[in-house]
Design a protein around this ligand. Structure first.
Ligand SMILES: Cc1cc2nc3c(=O)[nH]c(=O)nc-3n(C[C@H](O)[C@H](O)[C@H](O)COP(=O)(O)OP(=O)(O)OC[C@H]3O[C@@H](n4cnc5c(N)ncnc54)[C@H](O)[C@@H]3O)c2cc1C
Length: 327
């Protein structure tokens, strides 16, 4: 049963920020994650501030420099339907298509997808784990088949969002408004590692709102993709996934941004893969080296060692495909 809380539905961003500045409130985008957390007692709140009536947070538009501005309240379905996203930001388009189910994509927003809480069954269950203010991460010695292989430090969740690694690969930036100022946060700096603070997922303060996500213009020669492997083919989170944006100069890779999902508590930058491919043509030897680099330094837990060959295979497949595409 949902606990009782008050809900306010401001019609302007200023009004929403004033409501949040009063303290002790949670932001509601589409509610697909927030309401589940409240229902399951993961946390409680006396007040929910719904953004759903704030028109200025909606819409997708071209920016003056050829990029794309995506309003925070854009649903995942609207993202998929956007020609601008499909044509120029393939990784994001592919990631959006594999988020959850059609119903959840119709309701869930892009900002909510970036800020969602982890899906760890100890965190979502009745365990007073480290992330909920307790003393330890139960996954470390427990049922950890869906947990991380990188960056666990003290809490071994994986970041659940499919769009976050894709946006990070495209170099996207979140515009964030708070009670007295606004700031820009690159998506690849939005999420917090457990070693920094095991009780927060993002660098945002509770009274800060993501207002839009801005994609830079896609440079000529960039090819991008997102692919995830999941335990079943419908609405499931990534066991392993990879987003990449690779810029070619002729046959050679000039630049690359590669982020893994299902790997770490934050979208995990696969710097080793980037180093293995930049300055080289994607031949079999380079791809094999990149696949090995993807799992170098991984620290699998007792039950998730299967993720290593999954990541190797994913990187191999995706680099082979991207090497033969023309766009
Ligand atoms: C059964 C199920 C399966 C799912 N499968 C997947 C999946 O495969 N891949 C995937 O990526 N996701 C998956 N999800 C998560 C779902 O896609 C996200 O919950 C959805 O996109 C979140 O959007 P929302 O607007 O509903 O978020 P909300 O529930 O409204 O909010 C989520 C969190 O973000 C915060 N928030 C929301 N908007 C803002 C904002 N503008 N600024 C600051 N903070 C904000 C909220 O306070 C809350 O903490 C699944 C969810 C369910 C229930």
């Amino acid at each position: 049963m949902l606990p009782s809380f008050s809900i306010v539905r401001p019609t302007s961003l200023d009004e929403a920020l004033a409501q949040l500045a009063a303290g002790d409130a949670r932001i509601h985008g589409g509610g697909t994650d927030l309401l589940g957390c409240l229902h399951d007692g993961v946390f409680a709140t006396p007040k929910v501030v719904s953004l759903s009536r704030i028109q200025e947070l909606r819409g997708i538009a071209r920016t003056a420099d050829g990029g794309l501005r995506i309003g925070a309240l854009t649903t995942i379905s609207e993202l998929i339907a956007s020609g601008g996203v499909a044509e120029r930001y393939r990784a994001l388009h592919q990631a959006a298509q594999v988020v959850a189910s059609p119903q959840l994509r119709n309701q869930g927003t892009l900002a909510g997808n970036l800020c969602q809480k982890p899906r760890c069954w100890y965190y979502r269950g009745e365990f007073h784990c480290l992330r909920k203010g307790g003393e330890k991460c139960f996954a470390f010695e427990g049922e950890n088949q869906y947990h991380c292989i990188f960056g666990g430090d003290t809490c071994f969740i994986v970041h659940p969002s499919d769009t976050a690694p894709a946006l990070a690969a495209h170099g996207a930036v979140c515009r964030v408004s708070g009670p007295s100022s606004s700031r820009s946060v690159p998506v690849d700096a939005l999420h917090v590692r457990p070693s920094q603070d095991p009780q927060r997922e993002t660098v945002l303060d509770p009274d800060e709102v993501v207002t839009e996500i801005v994609l830079p213009a896609a440079p000529a020669g960039v090819r991008s993709s997102y692919r995830k492997v999941r335990a079943r083919a419908s609405w499931n989170f990534a066991l392993a996934g990879v987003a990449m944006a690779v810029r070619f100069d002729g046959a050679q890779v000039a630049d690359a941004r590669v982020f893994l999902s299902g790997a770490a508590p934050v979208p995990w930058r696969a710097a080793g893969v980037e180093q293995a491919i930049v300055g080289r043509a994607l031949d079999a030897a380079t791809i094999a080296a990149a696949a090995e680099a993807a799992v170098a330094g991984a620290e699998p837990l007792a039950k998730n060692g299967y993720k290593l060959p999954l990541f190797r295979g994913l990187i191999t497949d995706e680099l082979e495909k991207i090497a033969t595409r023309t766009v």
